[in-house]
Ligand binder design. Structure first.
Ligand code: 6GP
Length: 831
């Protein structure tokens, strides 16, 4: 890296960076050093938080040596092309255990803490997870950077260091109440700040024409205000390969000039207040999952981190004499959904206004530097920004977008003469209901590749969401099926299963998940099945303990553990799961079934709702209300239990998923782009009940129909029903079981007699039901009844679960990243 620096002439300057030795003694020494001289406390007077921070910094120092070494190797090598992963979200989860695993320090650190009289588990509990993401998209980014480091892919990831991550969810009177997530308040030991390397980012102002020295007319942007982007580096360790990559998160800081005029006017307090305004940019993660609100601050955030990242890459990551014409050989920016798409006009602006390139040349370069991943099929999730807002906040960028669109529309008119309807559909600028910029169109026009995140999703992108574009540029569209990191979601989260696998096929699977296939034969081995069941039983005991101490929830023992964890969204159909629970309950209390003949089942939900999403919040209220009623009704006789621990997050997922028997993946077909929880469950030995949607399709193909509980309409059937006109009331009229469930809810049975409390939920189901829950209800209940029958044969259930583990190695994020590298990025790998 270049940048302002002073290189001492001492012989020490080029010496190697040596990490402390991998011994318990050296670790204890380094730990005590951090405690005494970092925290400024003796061991005898240290708090748990002191100890945690000292431990984190000790582990960080081992990482740091590898990080410097990785950077040094990349400097001396012939400079290679890099991936610049641009994502507004990284849902990282706790860092300590992953860092210990990567550096092979777990045992040493544990012993070192014992030597100090410290229980390392207490320190683990002290870590607040960085929740810098909402759900699937952010967690995927976290898995991907883990895999990039593990594959040694030449890469850097960029994002925002939100001061407040995803809100903390609490329940008050069964309703969601959000609390700010001050994840840094106890000290963030993992980030390394470089205040001297900050980057300016500007906003507002106007654009004017001027004549350059060569007599050519040019445009010049005079911004009205700006902020500084402060650089925080986080280390991303590869799995036991010595590589440590960089995650660079930006924090906004007010510039000196920002408030100068206020200072001069003598209003000190007002000047300080103005700083707060600037620093608001990186203050809080927007808690919307798949339904952006189009807030101005959000556009500021997007431009802020993308502008800082591109500038950082060109100015600091490239050599000083670097020619921007070589950019396509040096970088591919991967756009994680549309949030970073403003980077496209930003790169054009840099090339045109700062490097004096002609339009055609700048466009030819820009078009090679971006690739776009779409993560949704919901039309309302495709970001659009009002032209008026863009003109006010980023006037030069708006101009550039207009010009890109002008050329694009001209090309369309040539290709499709007279087809003005198509031109309107495809235009980057929409006219209705408000003149606005369609970010997905801009991304598609400027990218080398556009990918969906599962096979079905990528097909539907081509056939529906971006159909016109795929007709024009079929070769641009591709699929990269999502994956999850086996380090965090098997090795760390499920140590018992990991040990069983390693004892059976060796340890290589952690970095080569295809090797799980070697377990296929063991599905027929009774001894192995028994061990596998023991692992599951162990994990159930573990989650029981976690939920007792975390939430005071006591899960019953010996139940089928049925888990639905994901963001609360209508298309995911938590309401359908709720109808199933009410049906089971109704069968028990109506005397239709004898409790002793019923498979005992515990359903665990985990879900946050966007704070402004009313229907999602009603659903949370109803789940909690049903749980309260069901769990306290003696007629249920302990056969059904519903738990909804608040604040589902990565840390809880790591404990809950390995304990599950049944994975709920019940979105309406054609709506869930991929899902990644579905993969985690299968890899941890849960069976899936699911629709033909997202990556469920591929999971089922791999594990086999007989090891998957499929139900519900297919995407074409959904389309057909909707075309014909869907009337949910008809299902209610026709199906007595469904009618009883809905009537029971509507009667106020679960809401202390209040019908009002449930009227919007019930009304929506009967008269709207946008995601066709009632149409899939009967098939779902039937499939659930099959689940119960299958669970009765424990030995066969284990067989099916083992085959799920053995056949889903494909869903390693290592494989996803290989796909990106081979088909999109073309960057080097290896340590
Ligand atoms: C999510 C999709 O809903 C989920 O299906 C997918 O697995 C995940 O992305 C990772 O690809 N999408 C989002 O979280 C989102 O905000 C705009 O999409």
């Amino acid at each position: 890296e270049t940048g302002p620096r002073h290189t001492p002439t001492s012989t020490l300057a080029n010496g190697p960076v040596i990490s402390p030795p991998h011994t318990v003694d050296a670790f204890v020494k380094a730990f005590l050093h951090e405690l005494n001289f970092g925290q400024g406390v003796p061991l005898s007077r240290s708090s748990v938080n002191d100890q945690y921070l000292a431990l984190a910094r000790t582990v960080r120092s081992y990482l740091m040596a590898r990080w410097l070494e990785t950077a040094r190797r990349r400097r001396t090598d012939k400079p290679a092309k890099m991936v610049g992963y641009l994502s507004a979200e990284y849902l990282l989860g706790r860092q300590l255990d992953n860092a210990l695993l990567a550096t092979e320090l777990t045992d040493i650190a544990t012993e070192a803490m014992v030597a100090c009289g410290i229980e390392i588990d207490d320190l683990r509990q002290q870590e607040v997870e960085p929740g810098l993401g909402n759900g699937g998209l952010g967690r995927l980014a976290a898995c991907f950077i883990d895999s990039m480091a593990t594959l040694g892919a030449s890469s850097i990831a960029y994002g925002i260091r939100y001061e407040y991550g995803i809100f903390q969810q609490t329940f008050v009177d069964n309703r969601q109440v959000e609390k700010p997530d001050a994840w840094l308040s106890m000290g963030g030991p993992w980030g390394v700040v470089h205040p001297e390397m900050e980057v300016p980012v500007n906003f507002g102002g106007h654009v004017e024409t001027y004549v350059g020295e060569d007599g050519r007319e040019r445009r010049r942007w005079t911004p009205a205000w700006g902020v500084m982007a402060l650089r925080y580096n986080y280390m991303v360790p590869g799995y036991q390969n010595g590589v440590v990559n960089t995650l660079r998160l930006w924090r906004a800081r007010a510039t000196e000039s920002f408030d100068l005029h206020i200072f001069n006017a003598g209003d000190y307090a007002e000047a300080v207040r103005a700083q707060t305004f600037a620093e608001n940019i990186s203050k809080v993660l927007y808690p919307e999952d798949s339904t952006p609100q189009g807030k101005e601050l959000r556009l500021q955030q997007q431009y802020f981190f993308v502008a800082a990242s591109i500038k950082d890459f060109i100015q600091h990551t490239m050599p000083k004499d670097f020619d921007v014409r070589d950019l396509p050989e040096r970088i591919i920016f991967q756009l994680n959904d549309t949030h970073p798409v403003i980077g496209i006009p930003e790169l054009m602006r840099i090339l045109l206004d700062e490097h004096d390139l002609e339009w055609e040349e700048a466009w030819a370069i820009t078009k090679q530097c971006f690739a776009y991943t779409c993560h949704t099929l919901l039309p309302e999730a495709l970001e659009v920004w009002p032209v008026s807002l863009m003109e006010r906040l980023l006037p030069r960028h708006m101009e550039i977008i207009y010009r890109i669109n002008e050329d694009f529309v001209a090309e369309l008119r040539e290709t499709y003469p007279g087809d003005e309807l198509r031109v309107r559909r495809m235009s980057i600028i929409a006219d209705h209901p408000e003149r606005s910029v369609r970010m997905a169109h801009l991304a598609t026009v400027a990218s080398v590749k556009v990918n969906g995140v599962a096979a079905l999703h990528s097909e539907l992108l081509k056939e529906k969401v971006l159909n016109d574009f795929s007709e024009l540029w079929p070769e641009r569209f591709t699929n990269v099926t999502n994956g999850v990191t086996p380090r965090r979601f098997i090795k760390l989260s499920n140590p018992e299963q990991s040990k069983l696998i390693s004892d059976t096929i060796g340890k290589g699977w952690v970095a080569n998940l295809d090797r799980l296939e070697e377990l296929v034969g063991y599905a027929d081995d009774a001894d192995f099945r028994e061990k596998f069941r023991a692992v599951k039983a162990h994990n159930k005991t573990r989650i029981r303990n976690v939920l007792v101490s975390r939430d005071g929830i006591a899960l019953p023992e010996g139940h089928l553990l049925d888990v639905m964890v994901k963001r609360l969204h209508e298309y995911k159909r938590q309401s359908l799961k709720l109808l199933h629970i009410v049906t089971l309950y109704d069968r028990l209390i109506s005397g239709e079934v004898e409790p002793s003949t019923v498979t005992p089942r515990t359903v665990v939900f985990g879900a946050k709702a966007a704070p402004g999403y009313a229907m999602a919040k009603e659903t949370i209220f109803l789940i909690n209300s049903v749980a309260q009623t069901v769990n306290n009704d003696p007629r249920v006789d302990g056969r059904l239990f519903v738990a909804f621990p608040p604040n589902y997050n990565v840390t809880l997922a790591e404990k809950l998923i390995p304990a599950a028997d049944l994975s709920e993946q019940i979105s309406l077909a054609g709506k869930e782009a991929s899902g990644t929880g579905n993969m985690k469950f299968a890899l941890n030995g849960a069976l899936t009940i699911g629709t033909d949607d997202g990556a469920n399709v591929e999971i089922r193909q791999l594990v086999g129909d007989e090891n998957f509980f499929l139900f519900g309409m297919t995407e074409p059937e959904v389309a057909e029903l909707q075309a014909k006109g869907y009337r949910p009331g008809e299902y209610y009229e026709r199906d007595p079981q469904l009618r009883r469930a809905i009537d029971l809810i509507a009667s106020g049975h679960f809401t202390k007699g209040s019908r009002d409390a449930v009227s919007s939920f019930v009304g929506d189901l009967l008269y709207n039901d946008r995601f066709l829950a009632l149409a899939d209800y009967a098939a779902y209940i039937e499939a659930q009844d099959k689940v119960e029958a299958a669970y009765g044969d424990q030995d066969n259930w284990s067989r099916m679960a083992i085959l799920n583990v053995a056949r889903t190695g494909f869903f390693s994020s290592d494989r996803s990243i290989r796909d990106y590298i081979d088909r999109i990025w073309h960057v080097k790998t290896g340590v």
